[in-house]
Design a protein around this ligand. Structure first.
Ligand code: URA
Length: 195
């Protein structure tokens, strides 16, 4: 099966299996992911907000505009990267995703990563970071890349080496000048890795 078909069937599986039914019932759309399915860089945010829920696309609101600026600052566009979230339905009133909501989506996110097969995974915000680096503090490790073995198949013991880089969430930087500065500085590392 081609990547595009595999992603389509993964999305269908989430819908048909009623993953996170509580959130699904309150959502307009499943926000699965967008961008270049052959990208070397995959961004993982937290959960869709109002604009994303209405459009079905991740990061299209104010945080998405800042993400576009950050990408531009390293001469990338949305077409160069793949963007998704851990949680694929909007939590009510944009509250933080609950641990059990993240847990329900994690196996699907892992399969999505496996299909996209990026070299670099950039987590946006602490929720996304803690899915892969539990117990870490974003204020201490933001912008610091680390190589990690991403498990492709437990049974066959097959792994892929991926560089994880945790970033602050763009939404947190919208009204905080020093976080905004940090994010732009952290982004510089992206071009270093691509070269
Ligand atoms: N914040 C996120 O984490 N994801 C989105 O898609 C939008 C805002």
């Amino acid at each position: 099966m081609q990547k595009e078909e595999m992603l389509k069937s993964l999305k269908q599986e989430i819908i048909q299996d009623n993953v996170c039914l509580k959130l699904k019932e309150g959502a307009t759309n499943l926000v699965f992911g967008s961008g270049n399915i052959n990208a070397q860089i995959m961004f993982i945010g937290e959960a869709p907000g109002k604009n994303e829920d209405l459009s079905g696309e991740p990061f299209v609101g104010a945080a998405g505009k800042l993400l576009n600026e950050l990408l531009e600052s390293v001469k990338l566009t949305r077409e160069d990267v793949y963007i998704t979230n851990i949680v694929k339905y909007r939590p009510p009133q944009n509250r933080d995703p609950l641990p059990e909501e993240k847990e329900q989506f994690l196996p699907f996110l892992r399969r999505q990563i496996e299909i996209i097969s990026p070299k670099i995974i950039i987590t946006l915000g602490r929720h996304s970071m803690n899915c892969f680096l539990p117990g870490e503090q974003i204020s201490k490790i933001h912008g610091i890349p680390r190589k990690m073995k991403f498990v492709l198949d437990h049974l066959k013991k097959s792994y892929k080496e991926v560089v994880f880089i945790p970033f602050f969430h763009p939404a947190a930087a919208l009204y905080n000048g020093s976080l905004r500065k940090s994010l732009f500085l952290d982004f510089k590392i992206v071009s270093k890795y691509l070269n």
